[in-house]
Write a protein that binds this ligand. Structure first.
Ligand code: CA
Length: 373
């Protein structure tokens, strides 16, 4: 063998050694990944969910329970979520902080409760005279809303998901008739979010009190009036025993979206299939809750009026028009001072303008058409 041939053979052998050893490396990497993947597949995740609702409360509380049941079934028991009612693990209005800090992996709530953290959060629940449920779902899932919501919650270490909607709410329970704006003056009313800011401009003292404390607050005169949800939920709380008049429409909450918040590290620690299950189960309860309210509000209203003698009243047009005027002013003022709010507000406003044009000739025209005799 000459020197040249010998060098060539040594070169080939060295190359083969390098190739084989690197093959062996990637093989063991792949095996390690497979083992990691298998371990993640076998691992059982036991999570806690804190909520702002009484445990098992119809609609709102049941949406949280339904999420837990669905996620466990979809994952074959690999994701188990224990749901805590308001006050069981943390007080209702500490849900956001508890999930942000990892005390619980998840929370079910309404974003507008966190306006003290960021006032932009209100835009992800409901805006007075804003989008209804159908429109909110369109904006969130196909109009850029979810991306804006994720961006907003990122600094709080949270991943948000839309997880329920009540549909158009009621204006609320009052012990005096509202025939003009002057009748609102001096009322102490529970009304959260931007709606609270709006009524405070027309003389109402707006407060936020968790749902579970509302009945007693009305009964003892801590507040004179309250909004809550609609017939289905309001009947369950028994507001007809502590207030005489039930006003509509819920101008302040035309399509409130509930939120599921997930601690970011907890979400990222899940294997991809469980992440998809969390997202899919949230999307399912988002629709399911609206279906529940659509089916039950009718019967509950009938019971309130015909069995309990509740006096149903419509807010006068001039009161509604003034509340709408003040709403637009409040929204513009907040947007002028807060660029983060402005970005979301403008996205939602552009969507609303298009939705109004189309819904005028679809939903609205149809509602009118089916009443024609
Ligand atoms: Ca409400």
């Amino acid at each position: 063998m000459n020197k040249q041939k010998c060098t060539l053979i040594v070169f080939i052998l060295l190359t083969l050694t390098v190739v084989l050893s690197s093959c062996g490396g990637s093989e063991s990497n792949a095996t390690a990944k497979q083992i990691d993947g298998q371990q993640a597949q076998q691992k059982i995740y036991k999570w806690k969910m804190v909520t702002t609702w009484p445990k098992n409360f119809p609609g709102l509380g049941m949406a949280a329970e339904n999420f837990a049941t669905l996620a466990e079934k979809m994952s074959g028991g690999r994701l188990q979520v224990k749901v805590y009612g308001a006050g069981q693990l943390v007080p209702a209005l500490e849900t956001f902080d508890a999930v942000s800090q990892g005390t619980a992996e998840m929370g079910h709530s309404a974003a507008y409760y966190w306006k003290g953290k960021t006032q932009t959060s209100a835009l992800f629940t409901s805006v007075p005279f804003g989008l209804n449920a159908q429109e909110m779902n369109g904006w969130l899932h196909y109009g850029g809303g979810m991306a804006l919501w994720k961006e907003l919650y990122e600094p709080f270490n949270l991943v948000p998901l839309a997880a329920g909607n009540t549909g158009v709410q009621m204006a609320g329970w009052f012990n005096r008739e509202i025939n003009s704006l002057a009748d609102l003056d001096g009322l102490k009313m529970r009304i959260p979010g931007i709606g609270g800011e709006v009524v405070s401009r027309v003389g109402v003292e707006a407060v936020n009190i968790p749902g579970g404390e509302l009945y007693t607050s009305m009964q003892t005169g801590v507040i004179d009036a309250t909004e809550w949800v609609g017939p289905y939920n309001d009947l369950a709380f028994g507001f007809h025993q502590v207030a005489k008049y039930y006003y509509y429409p819920g101008w302040h909450e035309p399509g409130p979206t509930l939120e599921l918040i997930v601690n970011k590290q907890a979400f990222e620690s899940l294997p991809e299939d469980l992440q998809a299950i969390v997202e899919g189960a949230a999307r399912a309860i988002n629709q399911d809750m609206l279906d529940d309210y659509t089916a039950r509000n009718n019967a509950a209203l009938d019971e309130l009026v015909n069995k309990h003698g509740v006096e149903l009243r419509q807010l006068p047009d001039d009161v509604l028009a003034e509340l709408n005027r003040v709403t637009q002013q409040v929204l513009k003022e907040i947007a002028a001072k807060d660029s983060g709010f402005k970005k979301v507000y403008e996205s939602q406003k552009a969507f609303k303008e298009q939705a109004i044009n189309y819904h005028k000739i679809s939903e609205q025209a149809y509602y009118r058409a089916r009443e024609l005799k």
